[in-house]
Design a protein. Structure first.
Lengths: 290, 335, 331
């Protein structure tokens, strides 16, 4: 006898459910809109607003609204708006790449430690602790100085110093999920470890990992800004952090040079935080029932 | 005909942090004939689940042998283990935890065939339809996710998954104890019907004597990692011999016993001893009303009494102990 | 007849979902006399646990709240009572034992401290006296060497021992009503038997009334005087326990009683299949349609059942049922 004679409801995957929850969160949707806008402007902007960002185009330290360059110019007479648009590309690129590296290392280490436990776990956790106690900024600076300040090296340096918390979270999730019966059920039909780790446990551990991964983009952006501010940036590119660093000595004469890039960083990180918050709620099964 | 399962002196010990080890299963032997259900009964810590999981090779075996359809699978690996996995499948206790929440019901049921290389993709898909019908689900429910099913339906999915590879033996780990009362009957009837129609054998783990009596032909009572009494349904319930079995039967709350004097019940005192350093004698001696010095000094062996009935108790044939058993059996008689 | 200790009148509890209030308990009335044990039986989602919480003013809010009715405890309406008054009632007059004893105890205090603290707050005892009282309670609930055990932390105790500690905390203030929500579901049968013996002793010694919420028919039969069956938020049958087990009237009740396997002697070698109640419990959201909520699963359904919801009608003194067929037979 069947349990019910009603027609089957529509299949709703956990991800669809989470997306529905997310859409109800106005702040998160606003965050997503801001981030998308920033991404679109950074990608398409240089083709539309074609002023060269690294050339002197007007009188240095011109305030906004007093020339055809609406946001004014910096201490070398470079257009701030062009700098922001082009710098966004670099900042976002470094942010995403560094976050990707963070997540890749963190999830791999955490997954292996959490899944196998025992000696593997012990070893990997000691390594994790080693990276945790390193002074982050200093170590990243050393890496960048040693290998050269190009975008990839900067991203790698940021990734290397920030993966530990992701690893710890992944490990905890894996340890929790690997004890669940559906994992045992997979074992009982002969699933290999690789399948258990990547195809069975990881998707179920995904929700909190996605949230921290998203937030780590924001962290990476801030980190990049910090490095650039200290002068450790690719000399051939412009990023928001670098703009702040460059214009810092002239902050009293022309506060705009640091304010605008600072605002951009603030908006981007805020947008990412709002999205992360929204995802956190969306993945929380307790809130989903409402 | 070879036995579906033969377990000889099975031991499962878990090392613990401080050194020493937990004697989860400590010398368990039994055989399971084809088409029958074998019940492992006991309370938490009795080792019943660990023993059954060891039989399904889901827990490392410390020593002893497990034979599946005549083949020793104790140390099977690779292709041999894969072959064994087709023949023994598990239905888990909690239907909310045993289904991957991120997979659709149809994929969950198909998965064992995918992983154990059974049939062509088209054949697997047809088999999934067949299995859905067999356990009372509709094929159009294949695309749903576990959270869209009720507890009873989820357990049906769990049963369908276990049947996918046409195993001869299914290990049922408390398959109804997480379900609502009205749903328990549906699942128990389903298991009973499948056993009859498909000639399945069950290794059935439960703490609920009534469920075990209903479904199992042979029953073993476990206490702290060991079998203390074993016998057919009729032998065990008409003449329970071990004082622990008496206590278990006595503790079952039953509608039949309305108004029965509470004094006629057996009440165990205290907790079971630690499985890390079990006492040298009978493990039940500390809580047994009939324990004597020899019970505390030497461990009783499982001894066959009549038919398939065997008990591990020095005083099983003592008139006092036998009278206590008779009293418990009589208390169950209607009227 | 004297006034009952507790009298629930037309209680309705609803949960807010989006813009709607979804009632999960509807028009529920029952009485509890001093020293009586009342069983509340039903499947998960029938509203039995939320009813119990409402008696202590503990309905999780938001989203839940009592939307109608009265809970009269010794004549005082607890629905109208403020949080301060409810705090006096909780523990002092009405206390509760939950299903999972591990999560209900605070892991960073010893069990002695936890019981003593309750005694201190409620009776204003000195620390020394409160500690003595805690040890006394532990011995009362059957914990061996209570003097030593009082210094243990919750994780050092077995499940059965923890549940005894919970009961000791619930009883330290000598409440008039003890509400036990599936108190033994997480425990082994032999431990369950010990806990129930303890309940019976306490009822005898303290004269406390007990509300026992469970889905286990055997437990109800063994422990209670009177049984109330709930289905989809409503009471559908009530009567003495012997009638409940031997002569259930509502088709749902008789289904519940006959769908469980029973330990029998001699055992049948080839047991009949168990009785099945087909289908599943309806979701609270689906209950706004007319008719008896059990009608879609009922084997004895009549046309009238689908259109009109039967009210509770008395069959005999102390017995009532909400079923058209039974009421027509009785009329």
């Amino acid at each position: 006898m069947t349990d019910t004679t009603l027609a089957a409801p529509k299949p709703v995957s956990p991800s669809t459910q989470a997306w529905r929850m997310f859409r109800q969160n106005h702040a998160a949707v606003l965050g997503l809109a801001i981030l998308l806008a920033i991404i679109v402007i950074s990608l398409a902007g240089p083709f539309i607003y074609t002023v060269a960002p690294r050339e002197m185009v007007w009188m240095p330290l011109t305030p906004p609204g007093q020339s055809e360059y609406v946001l004014g110019t910096d201490y070398l007479g470079r257009d701030l708006l062009a700098g922001l648009i082009n710098g966004g590309r670099v900042t976002l690129a470094v942010g995403f790449t560094a976050a990707l590296i963070t997540v890749a290392i963190g999830i791999t280490v955490g997954a292996l430690a959490g899944f196998f436990g025992g000696r593997v776990d012990n070893l990997l956790m000691r390594v994790t602790e080693f990276f945790q106690v390193l002074p982050n900024l200093l170590f990243a600076m050393v890496v960048v100085m040693l290998f050269g300040a190009d975008l990839l090296n900067i991203s790698i340096a940021i990734g290397i110093v920030s993966w530990t918390s992701t690893a710890r979270l992944t490990r905890a999730e894996f340890m929790r999920i690997r004890e669940m019966d559906f994992v045992k059920a997979e074992r009982s039909i002969g699933a290999a470890n690789g399948r258990l780790i990547w195809k069975v446990i990881l998707p179920n551990a995904a929700p909190p990992l996605i949230v921290v991964s998203a937030l780590s983009i924001g962290t990476a952006i801030l980190f990049e800004a910090g490095l650039s501010f200290l002068g450790l940036s690719d000399p051939n590119t412009t990023s928001w952090g670098r703009m702040i660093g460059d214009n810092r000595p002239y902050i009293l004469d022309s506060p705009w040079g640091v304010t605008f890039p600072g605002l951009c960083i603030f908006l981007t990180v805020l947008a990412i935080s709002l999205i992360g918050d929204g995802m956190n709620d969306a993945f929380n099964p307790k809130l989903r029932e409402r | 005909m070879t036995n579906v399962l033969e377990v000889q002196d099975l031991k499962v010990h878990f090392p613990i942090r401080k050194g020493g080890k937990v004697h989860a299963v400590d010398g368990v032997s039994f055989t399971l004939a084809p088409g029958t259900a074998f019940g492992l009964v006991g309370e938490s810590g009795s080792g019943k689940t660990t023993a059954a999981m060891a039989c399904a090779r889901l827990t490392p075996i410390t020593s002893g042998t497990v034979r599946l359809n005549g083949r020793d699978i104790t140390h099977a690996a690779g292709a041999e283990l894969k072959a064994a996995r087709r023949e023994v499948q598990v239905v888990f206790q909690d239907p909310y935890a045993s289904l991957n929440p991120r997979e659709r019901a149809g994929a969950i049921v198909r998965r064992p065939m995918d992983l154990l290389d059974i049939g062509t993709p088209a054949e697997r898909e047809a088999r999934v339809d067949e299995l859905f019908a067999l356990v009372g689900l509709r094929p159009d429910q294949k695309d749903l996710f576990p959270h869209q099913f009720s507890g009873g339906q989820r357990q049906r999915i769990g049963v369908a998954r276990a049947l996918a590879t046409r195993p001869g033996l299914i290990v049922c780990d408390e398959p109804v104890s997480a379900l609502d009362v009205a749903i328990q009957a549906q699942i128990l009837n389903l298991l009973g019907r499948l056993k009859r129609d498909l000639g399945l054998s069950y290794l059935f783990i439960s703490h609920d004597l009534a469920v075990v009596q209903h479904l199992c032909d042979q029953i073993a009572v476990m206490y702290l990692g060991q079998v203390v009494e074993i016998g057919s349904r009729r032998e065990l319930f008409t003449r329970p011999m071990h004082p622990y079995t008496h206590a278990l039967i006595s503790a079952v709350p039953s509608p039949e016993r309305i108004g029965m004097e509470a004094g006629a019940r057996i009440r165990l005192q205290g907790d079971p001893p630690s499985p890390i350093s079990p006492p040298p004698g009978c493990r039940f001696a500390g809580r047994c009303d009939f324990a004597q010095d020899r019970c505390r000094q030497t461990a009783p062996q499982l001894q066959r009494k009549d038919g398939s009935h065997a008990v591990a108790c020095h005083r099983a044939e003592d008139p006092d102990v036998m009278a206590a058993g008779t009293a418990q059996a009589l208390a169950l008689q209607p009227g | 007849m004297t006034a009952p200790l507790l009298s629930v009148r037309n209680l309705e509890i609803a949960f807010r979902s989006g813009r709607d209030d979804i009632p999960v308990v509807r028009d529920l009335s029952f009485d509890l006399g001093a020293g009586e044990t009342l069983g509340i039986v039903g499947e998960s989602g029938c509203g039995k646990s939320i009813t119990a919480l409402s008696l202590l003013g503990l309905v999780p809010s938001p989203p839940g709240r009592v939307t109608r009715g009265q809970i009269l405890f010794q004549g005082e309406d607890l629905v109208q009572a403020g949080e301060r008054r409810l705090n006096e009632v909780r523990g002092n007059e009405i206390s509760m034992v939950f299903q999972e004893p591990m999560t209900s105890l605070n892991p960073v205090y010893t069990i002695g401290e936890q019981i003593a603290e309750t005694a201190r707050v409620h009776f204003g005892l000195s620390r020394a006296k409160a500690w003595a009282r805690a040890v006394e309670m532990l011995s009362l609930v059957g914990i061996p060497s209570p003097n030593r055990r009082a210094h243990d932390y919750p994780h050092q105790l077995s499940g059965g021992m923890r549940q005894r500690v919970m009961i000791a905390i619930a009883l330290v203030c000598e409440p008039k009503i003890l509400i036990a929500d599936e108190p033994t579901t997480a425990l082994d049968v032999t431990v369950q038997a010990q806990i129930f013996d303890l309940f019976n002793d306490l009822r005898r010694d303290f004269g406390a009334a007990i509300i026992l919420i469970t889905h286990d028919i055997g437990v109800v039969a063994q422990m209670t005087d009177r049984v109330m069956v709930m289905y989809a938020g409503r009471k559908i049958e009530e009567g003495p326990v012997a009638d409940f087990v031997r002569d259930p009237r509502h088709p749902y009740t008789s289904g519940l009683v006959s769908c469980i396997p029973r330990l029998t002697m001699p055992p049948s070698d080839d047991p009949e299949p168990l009785f099945e109640i087909p289908g599943v419990v309806p979701a609270p959201r689906d209950l706004n349609r007319p008719g008896c909520p059990f009608a879609p699963r009922c084997a004895r359904v009549m046309p009238r059942c689908r259109d009109e919801n039967p009210g509770l009608e008395p069959l005999a003194p102390g017995r009532m049922v909400a079923c058209w067929q039974e009421q027509e037979v009785a009329a």
